[in-house]
Design a protein around this ligand. Structure first.
Ligand code: HEM
Length: 186
């Protein structure tokens, strides 16, 4: 009996120590915020998310960072593109994540690489980001995300570095979504 009381006392102490930690509070806030955004992005009835627009496949082309910003889901056709590690994906079918009001809307029409690598849902650079300061662990995490994007979404082209010329895809076969040439050795 005394042993049980001691155990529950220890557990109570541990619980209070944990909830006093700022890291714990920050993590709980992040989880609550993201769950709230995901539920909200599914629509008001909590069951059926709004259908993503059915759009024709985009012709293969490369984008500057500025051109990419036109595809954040706010324009008329609602298309959403996201760049990950130098490749641009059409993520329109995941608009509830990346479109306006979605939990990862900061990535819509942007280069999401740094945000995905560092688990920061608000990070998307205004300037071209060469990612050279990221750690090996961050780069591994980015490559994991990249594989998921390759599986789920169509490749549209590459994200261009400042001054880089776009690839002319007209003489390339436009059949596969995973054949975009990449400038990086990722
Ligand atoms: C910490 C709390 C987090 C929670 C609870 C959470 C929860 C979720 C859930 C439930 C989904 C799937 C939603 C669905 O299929 O309906 C999802 C998708 C996703 N999460 Fe999170 N997430 C968290 C953090 C993050 C972070 C830190 C990142 C990266 C910066 C991230 C990036 C993503 C992305 C990109 C997707 C969508 C993948 C796709 O395109 O299908 N999440 N998240």
């Amino acid at each position: 009996m005394a042993e049980e009381t001691l155990k529950s006392g220890l557990l109570t102490n541990l619980f209070f120590e944990i909830i006093q930690s700022p890291v714990y509070i920050a993590l709980v806030s992040l989880v609550v915020f993201l769950v709230y955004k995901i539920i909200k992005s599914r629509g008001n009835d909590f069951a059926v998310p709004p259908p993503a627009p059915q759009l024709p496949k985009l012709k293969k082309r490369d984008f500057t960072l500025k051109e990419l910003t036109q595809y954040d889901g706010t324009q008329e056709d609602g298309r959403v593109l996201v760049a990950v590690n130098g490749t641009v994906y059409d993520v329109t079918k995941g608009k509830r994540f990346y479109g306006p009001g979605g939990p990862y809307e900061a990535f819509g029409g942007r280069d999401a690489s740094r945000g995905l690598a560092t688990a920061d849902v608000s990070a998307s650079a205004e300037e071209y980001d060469d990612l050279s300061d990221l750690s090996a662990m961050d780069m591994d995490s980015l490559r994991d995300w990249e594989s998921q994007f390759q599986e789920r979404y169509d490749v549209v082209g590459r994200l261009l570095k400042p001054g880089e010329k776009p690839t002319n895809y007209s003489d390339e076969e436009d059949s596969s979504s995973s054949t975009a040439k990449k400038s990086k050795d990722a």
